[in-house]
Design a binder for this molecule. Structure first.
Ligand SMILES: Cc1cc2nc3c(=O)[nH]c(=O)nc-3n(C[C@H](O)[C@H](O)[C@H](O)COP(=O)(O)O)c2cc1C
Length: 332
């Protein structure tokens, strides 16, 4: 019987399938369903920097005339009206921790190292096993260089990891001007994991209404290739764990990412489409494949096709179609 146990961010997971941050991990009931279906861990939906900042503004207004202090103020802000987002989030962590046995990874969306890092220690106190920082800087500010942008990532991870003892992972995009070296530099900070790569809101155009609309919210199986390539390239070249996300839609996809060198995979779209119970099917597929190939543990095959170990490393760097697809059948 295949053993799928995995160590990720120093945490012991019963298998490498992690429910990614999304509304699917936004309530204790959903998290219980995910545990029941077999998820190795869950990443809670993100608390957004904007939400935190809005609250900060409210708190500041309420405290006009008083010196402004961060963490302790939480205890004094016990307003009777509506429970604030931060408090709700901390409660979700606490309740999830007592309701399930799998690791709970909190998630903060952040693009600046300012003001809110106190929240990291509140999250730690609430019992989260780790924090994933969901970071995204679209390089559209023409006055800022790639070095300036990269510095923001480093400032955020350094500041957060200096506040807490639980492991920190950085979930990033591929919008870096020197992706490979930038990911390696990030891995050399105090982070314990890199999540490659987040999927974002993608604008589209409605040509009849002449307006900008939403692109596809959910990924499709063909979206796996970007992260697959970069997981394979970065495996064994970073100083931390790697979680692969985007386009993992089946047990076969899980196996691919593990062969490429991922420590875990994170799934969201497939859970939206098929429900939490689909994790059990994916696990079954991985187990059958491992049995068929006589792999007793995930470590027996993890990274076998990573670029560094591959007998054909150039395949991961091939970019142009050229001769390779010259035989491709054209529509007549
Ligand atoms: C509806 C939806 C909501 C999401 N919300 C978050 C979020 O709050 N924080 C985050 O880091 N990622 C969020 N994601 C991204 C997912 O965690 C995941 O990384 C991404 O969807 C790629 O995985 P997939 O192809 O399995 O969907 C969201 C994705 C979807 C589809």
């Amino acid at each position: 019987m295949a053993n799928l146990e995995t160590i990720y961010l120093g945490l012991k997971l019963k298998n490498p399938i992690v429910a990614a941050s999304s509304e699917m991990t936004g309530s204790v009931e959903d998290i219980q369903k995910l545990e029941k279906a077999g998820a190795g861990a869950v990443v809670l939906k993100s608390l957004f920097e904007e939400e935190i900042q809005m609250e900060m503004e409210q708190m500041k207004q309420q405290m006009t005339g008083k010196p402004y202090v961060y963490p302790e103020t939480m205890d004094y802000m016990d307003e009777p009206v509506e429970e604030d987002q931060v408090r709700k989030y901390l409660r979700l962590i606490k309740e999830a921790k007592s309701a399930v046995n799998i690791p709970i990874i909190a998630s903060i969306n952040c693009v600046s190292s300012q003001k809110w890092t106190y929240l990291a220690s509140e999250i730690e106190k609430a019992g989260a096993d780790a924090i994933e920082l969901n970071m995204f800087i679209l390089p559209t500010d023409f006055s800022r260089s790639s070095v300036d942008n990269e510095k923001i990532y480093h400032d955020v991870v350094n500041q957060v990891s200096s506040e807490i003892d639980i492991p920190v992972a950085a979930k990033v995009s591929y919008y870096f001007s020197d992706l490979g070296p930038a990911l390696r530099r990030l891995s050399e900070t105090r982070i314990s994991g890199l999540t490659l790569f987040n999927r974002f809101f993608a604008p589209d155009i409605d040509i009849d209404d002449m307006k900008v609309t939403n692109g596809h919210v959910l990924s499709s199986p063909s979206d796996i290739h970007l992260s697959l390539r970069w997981v394979a390239i970065m495996a064994n070249r970073v100083e931390c764990d790697i979680a692969a996300t985007t386009g993992v839609h089946s047990g076969r996809d899980v196996i691919k990412q593990l062969l490429a060198g991922a420590d875990v995979v994170q799934v969201a779209s497939v859970l939206y489409r098929n429900g939490a119970t689909y994790i059990a099917e994916m696990l079954q597929e991985v187990e059958s494949w491992m049995d068929k190939h006589k792999y007793a543990t995930v470590e027996d095959f993890r990274g076998r096709l990573a670029q560094e170990k591959s007998t054909n490393p150039a395949a991961w760097e091939r970019a142009q179609f050229m001769r390779h697809f010259s035989h491709f059948v054209r529509h007549k």
